[in-house]
Design a protein around this ligand. Structure first.
Ligand code: TRH
Length: 364
């Protein structure tokens, strides 16, 4: 039985898989380090394929309204993911427990990942709660990030060892992919405007490629492009030098294997971006779009952090619909070097779970 602190993590699924994916990784990471975690999720459905097995120490509970707090052990630390607005009845009970026990307690707000400069400035800042059931308490802002002055990146303690022992051929065979030395490219994206151009580039390229397409929006986007070209095919498809294979949903561990198996990874959102860095393969990121185009600066900040080559920057600008130019050519070798250099630097920093436990120790 775990004897560490009890964390209540609250996660509201907005759309896609990022909120639940990050919360699950955080919860599992805390449990692996001896903490106890209760993960409250409003829509836990995706966990059935993303995380079929809960590690010892993580308990998933449905976030219902009202929350059943009668007789609940309230725990030591409360974490709201991405400003999800905690249930007032829980905060009232937690505030009452803190006041009665004389403990300080800890209320954290986990923010979205960004490489922008404000992250280091805002990470760890306290904010007094001025109203509502938590009035008088302090909420701390916890910012994941890419530099030592931020809250770090999620990275399991055994990740590098797992990666070193990865057998690419065995994994591909296990997945039923008849690999014949072609260039392997994973695709996890929204609906990038240049997707048709990418398919055309790969189809007319001199070397054979295989695109491993993740289910959901990426698969639908590819199928929409292909139907537009009237090939009329459905399952695995071939377009010139390009073979397209549609994947099932993979659990988070197996999603890493996909990234490790490929020569180039197209990723999206935030969690898969971090995984693609650890994968140590060339990557192209489709950033989650924001209505006011705030994601343009966020993308720029990430490319600066990566010290991306001009061709990688140009590719990102077109892939993200920021530039309307023709899709540049893929340049695997320099892009690989870029990722490898950044990854090496990032590996020298403490991971997010190590840091957040340290943060809780100091501020609680
Ligand atoms: O799904 P996303 O686009 O999530 C997004 C972003 O997080 C965005 O910032 C947020 O605001 C929005 O959701 C609401 O991309 P992301 O962040 O990469 O999360 C995907 C998760 O899904 C990640 O944990 C990896 C996991 N995954 C698998 O485990 N198996 C799979 O087969 C696939 C395709 C993904």
């Amino acid at each position: 039985m775990k004897t560490g602190k009890l964390w209540n993590i609250f996660c509201r699924v907005i759309d896609n898989y990022g909120d639940i994916g990050v919360c699950w990784r955080l919860a599992s990471g805390l449990a692996v380090r001896g903490q106890r975690v209760r993960l409250w999720i409003d829509e836990p459905g995706a966990l059935s394929w993303m995380a079929p097995q809960a590690p010892d120490g993580v308990e998933v509970r449905p976030w219902t309204q009202p929350l059943p707090i009668e007789g609940l052990e309230l725990g030591d630390i409360v974490l709201e993911a991405f400003g999800c607005d905690l249930p007032p009845e829980f905060i009232a009970a937690y505030a009452g427990k803190i006041a009665a026990s004389g403990e300080k307690g800890l209320w954290l707000n986990l923010e979205y990942l960004s490489a922008e400069g404000f992250v280091a400035r805002n990470h760890g800042l306290p904010s007094p709660v001025m109203s509502g059931p938590g009035k008088g308490m302090t909420k701390y802002f916890y910012y994941p990030g890419f530099t030592p002055a931020t809250g770090g990146l999620l990275r399991e303690p055994d990740l590098m060892a797992r990666q070193a022992g990865f057998d690419r051929s065995a994994w591909l065979a296990q997945r039923g992919l008849a690999f014949q030395g072609e260039r392997l490219i994973s695709l996890f994206c929204y609906e990038p405007p240049a997707l048709g151009a990418l398919l055309a580039q790969l189809a007319t390229g001199p070397a054979p490629s295989r695109l491993l397409v993740t289910p959901g929006r990426a698969a639908a986007a590819v199928r929409a492009c292909i139907n537009g070209q009237n090939t009329g095919q459905a399952a695995d498809e071939r377009l010139g030098s390009l073979q397209i294979s549609y994947l099932p949903e993979l659990d988070q561990r197996d999603f890493d294997h996909l990234l490790w198996a490929c020569d180039l990874n197209f990723v999206r959102g935030e969690d898969s971006l971090v995984r693609a860095i650890w994968a140590n393969k060339p990557l192209v990121w489709q950033i989650y779009p924001q209505a006011d185009d705030a994601h343009h600066d966020k993308l720029e900040a990430f490319l600066d952090l990566l010290e991306a080559t001009p061709s990688l920057r140009a590719f990102h600008a077109v892939w993200n619909g920021i530039a309307q130019d023709a899709l540049p050519a893929i340049e695997l070798a320099p892009w690989q070097q870029t990722v490898a250099t950044a990854r090496q630097r990032l590996l020298a920093q403490d991971d997010l779970v190590t840091q957040i436990i340290g943060f809780a120790r100091i501020n609680r």
